[in-house]
Design a protein around this ligand. Structure first.
Ligand SMILES: Cc1cc2nc3c(=O)[nH]c(=O)nc-3n(C[C@H](O)[C@H](O)[C@H](O)COP(=O)(O)O)c2cc1C
Length: 185
């Protein structure tokens, strides 16, 4: 099973990058998993513009993201929360990706994670992110995991300080993989 994963943040010291790095560490310990660890910076794209699409098609960054999603069997995304919802950059990327037929997210199992220094653990963003993904046919895993106080959650090497977080993420990933295996054609 090929799993594409990325943090929906461009920031070098992003907590969501740290979260997704912990995901990669867990995936590496599992058999029969191919990991496509992407950097959201690879998919730079302008704000969706129907005129631009008509004149020059989907931008290069969007095409790259489309190809990577098409090639994956399943996805894991860790997203920040901006003003109580999905970051504009992630929504914009989903909008561009949705412009090809068939939509690459269609029938793909997706696990949503998040990290924030705030107290609500990105839960509002995770719920908002489900909406466009489910609208375009993705199978978003029912359980989501966002961590609050992320500025205190990782050590100098970017690993979880609290071992319970690692354990919880491991268990979540293994149940998500069972779900994904059942859905993959
Ligand atoms: C425009 C903007 C809006 C934000 N709104 C929220 C918010 O609603 N809830 C929250 O927990 N954090 C919010 N934050 C703080 C982010 O959680 C914080 O910047 C976090 O570090 C972003 O994720 P990253 O570390 O992966 O880049 C906001 C940050 C920005 C820049």
């Amino acid at each position: 099973m090929k799993i594409m994963n990325f943090a929906a943040s461009l920031r070098k010291d992003s907590f969501n990058r740290k979260m997704i790095n912990q995901v990669v560490e867990i995936l590496k310990s599992l058999p029969l998993i191919e990991i496509d660890h992407a950097d959201f910076r690879e998919f730079e794209m302008p704000i969706y513009d129907g005129d631009l699409e008509e004149s020059s098609g989907i931008p290069h960054g969007g095409l790259k993201l489309i190809k990577r999603i098409q090639e994956a069997n399943a996805l894991i995304i860790s997203t920040p929360e901006y003003n109580g919802g999905i970051p504009g950059s992630l929504k914009n990327a989903i909008d561009w990706v949705s412009r090809v037929d068939p939509i690459p997210f269609k029938d793909k199992p997706v696990l949503l994670l998040g990290a924030t220094p705030g107290g609500l653990g990105t839960i509002r963003s995770l719920w908002h992110t489900r909406v466009p993904l489910e609208a375009i046919g993705a199978f978003v895993y029912p359980e989501m995991f966002g961590i609050p106080a992320a500025n205190k959650a990782f050590d100098q090497e970017g690993k979880f300080i609290n071992p319970e977080y690692k354990e919880r993420l491991k268990n979540l990933i293994s149940s998500y993989l069972r779900y994904a295996s059942a859905l993959i054609k």
